[in-house]
Design a protein around this ligand. Structure first.
Ligand code: IYR
Length: 222
């Protein structure tokens, strides 16, 4: 047992019917989320992003270390710098870094080295992974399961933004070191992902792709 305080769980039980309905509704909603690359310039109120990040901050993490930091960028000058740096890296990726096999796998998505969304979309949320936590005495503590924790948090963030009614895009320019410089983050933080959020462009299109069926992705043993 532990001496640390515990409290009663705040749990609202649903009836079996409500549970079924909630599970169906959530699936129906979340399956409409698509990775969007054509964004509108329309602005999005800061509080929407703040609330999505509040929701993200509730994600579980290894030893509750919360090994993340989010930089929400709407500043046009910074977005312009981020776009230029990302396009430089992507050019290298598409022209010589990526294998033919990788480029072939990306073909159906229609991606290329141009990243106009980094300037056009109203918000770029850069997710940083923190390998360490520094306590009040400046002592360094290792964080645990950081990649898993930050991955879960990104899932929360995408779901929160989608449920608020925004289009999203996960972008992982590679390498992402330039983000530390542009956003003035310390060297012990590693940029993990850029989550782009905003309204879709009026005539936005998305690639025709399919998701694997339940039978393909899951096995039940009852
Ligand atoms: N980072 C590149 C390439 C890219 C890689 C994967 I895996 C994708 O699912 C999509 C793109 C780019 O952003 O274009």
């Amino acid at each position: 047992m532990t001496d640390w305080p515990f409290q009663a769980l705040d749990f609202t039980e649903k009836s079996p019917e409500d549970m079924l309905q909630a599970s169906r509704l959530f699936y129906r909603e979340i399956r409409k989320r698509r990775t969007v690359r054509d964004f509108s310039r329309r602005s999005v109120e800061r509080e929407i992003i703040e609330n999505a990040l509040r929701a993200t901050g509730t994600a579980p993490s290894g030893a509750n270390m919360q090994p993340w930091h989010f930089v929400a960028v709407s500043n046009p000058g910074l977005k312009k710098k981020m776009r230029a740096a990302a396009e430089l890296e992507e050019k290298a990726f598409y022209q010589h870094r990526a294998s033919d096999e990788w480029l072939k796998a990306l073909e159906p998505l229609g991606t290329n080295e141009d990243k106009p969304f980094m300037e056009i979309a109203p918000w770029l949320i850069v997710v940083f992974l923190k390998k360490f936590t520094f306590d009040e005495n400046g002592k360094r503590h290792k964080n645990y399961y950081t990649a898993e924790s930050v991955g879960i948090a990104c899932g929360f963030l995408l779901a929160a933004l989608h449920s608020a009614g925004l289009a999203t895009l996960t972008h992982t320019p590679s390498p992402m070191k330039f983000l530390n410089e542009v956003l003035e983050r310390p060297a012990d933080e590693r940029a993990y992902m850029v989550v782009v959020a905003g309204y879709p462009a009026e005539n936005a299109t998305v690639p025709v792709i399919t998701k694997k069926t339940l039978g393909e992705i899951a096995t039940f043993k009852e």
